[in-house]
Write a protein that binds this ligand. Structure first.
Ligand SMILES: *Cc1c(COP(=O)(O)O)cnc(C)c1O
Length: 345
């Protein structure tokens, strides 16, 4: 077996969903965009549907169409990017619910698919997606006529509880949705942790389901084990890998592992990340290559057949820290070459 083994614990995802649902003073949905944050949207959503999730969110209509095929009829599938040109057939055929982001999208949706359910996304200060207050004011009467299933907005700084934009966005959302009878949704993972004022009728966690910050109480979801391709002895003064960036200072044992930046182990980790053999940390030696890593295992008594880069000792956020990124990016970069193994499928 020449590829890494990515183990995805669906029981842990289910436990994280239940924990976030218990914190939510509201119905709890699930965000499964970007192939379920790299964990496999179809299996994740099917499992969460069994746990009781009824409202799913993805980024695009294409993702929504695939998810509908996996989930079957019943659960709601909401599309953050709304109704884009070319989306009409997918939205109609797969019963998707676009979050309308602009008066243009609203006009497109209501002329292409009269009577087809939609949500509205409002911009409350992030300036990324959603209608501005004047656009909403101008279209509100028409759009409230429905079928309007959800009105939502998104927080820019929910992972920073003290940031003043949180309260400002909350005030804006509250004001813009006063008197609306459709259910309201405001909080993703970070917003759930900000407390019940942020929960409204439906929360929509993503990263916390998959074991990522800011949900520090999350159970870990992914384990990534990489097979040893070769072991060699390197003499003091010899170098390892591209650009000869690692020089052995002592008689050194180097293992070459099968995985590299093409698998989402980004090159910036070079010289910083650690691999684990049981509880023992072994440093990367030299550059990350496209398909290979070289690791200094001199201090190991026994060299195992696999070393772990995501495991109990180093979760997605710890690996993200040394890679100069966030857990979200580590998860969504997990490569297509890994053999995926599911716990609890
Ligand atoms: C990605 C996303 C979410 C989920 O956010 P997490 O921080 O992963 O919980 C919720 N709402 C919107 C609009 C999003 O883009």
């Amino acid at each position: 077996m020449g590829t890494g083994i990515l183990t995805i614990d669906l029981d842990a995802i289910a436990a994280n969903w239940r924990a976030l649902a218990a914190l939510s003073r509201a119905q709890t949905g699930a965000v499964v965009k970007a192939d379920g944050y790299g964990c496999g949207a179809a299996l994740v959503a099917k499992r969460l549907a069994r746990e009781g999730a009824r409202r799913f969110f993805v980024a695009t209509a294409e993702e929504g169409a695939q998810l509908r095929i996996a989930l079957g009829d019943g659960p709601e599938i909401n599309i953050f990017s709304g109704h884009m040109a070319g989306d009409t057939a997918a939205i109609r055929d797969h019963a998707l619910i676009p979050m309308l982001n602009s008066p243009e999208q609203a006009a497109r949706h209501r002329s292409a698919l009269p009577g087809h359910a939609y949500g509205v996304q409002l911009d409350t200060g992030m300036n990324r997606l959603g209608m501005e207050a004047p656009e909403w004011a101008a279209t509100r009467t028409d759009l409230e006529a429905g079928p309007l299933t959800l009105i939502m907005s998104h927080l820019a700084c929910a992972d920073a509880p003290d940031h003043p934009l949180n309260a400002a966005q909350l005030a804006a959302f509250t004001a813009m949705t006063a008197g609306v009878s459709a259910p309201r949704s405001f909080a993703a993972t970070g917003g759930i942790l900000l407390g019940p004022d942020y929960h409204f009728d439906l929360t929509r966690p993503g990263v916390g389901l998959y074991g990522g910050a800011p949900f520090d109480a999350a159970r870990a979801v992914v384990t990534l084990s990489l097979p040893v391709v070769q072991i060699r002895d390197v003499a003091p003064g010899e170098t390892v890998g591209y650009a000869a960036s690692f020089t052995a200072k002592r008689p050194t044992k180097i293992v070459t592992l099968s995985a590299g930046y093409a698998d989402g182990l980004i090159r910036y980790m070079s010289g910083k990340a650690r691999l684990f053999a049981g509880g023992t940390a072994c440093p990367l030696a030299g550059r990350v290559s496209m398909d290979l890593l070289t690791v200094d295992v001199t201090d190991l008594a026994d060299i195992p057949a696999h070393l772990d880069i995501l495991c109990a000792q180093q979760g997605v956020d710890a690996l993200a820290d040394v890679a100069g990124t966030i857990g979200y990016e580590i998860l969504t970069s997990l490569g297509g070459r890994y053999q995926r193994a599911y716990i609890g499928a």
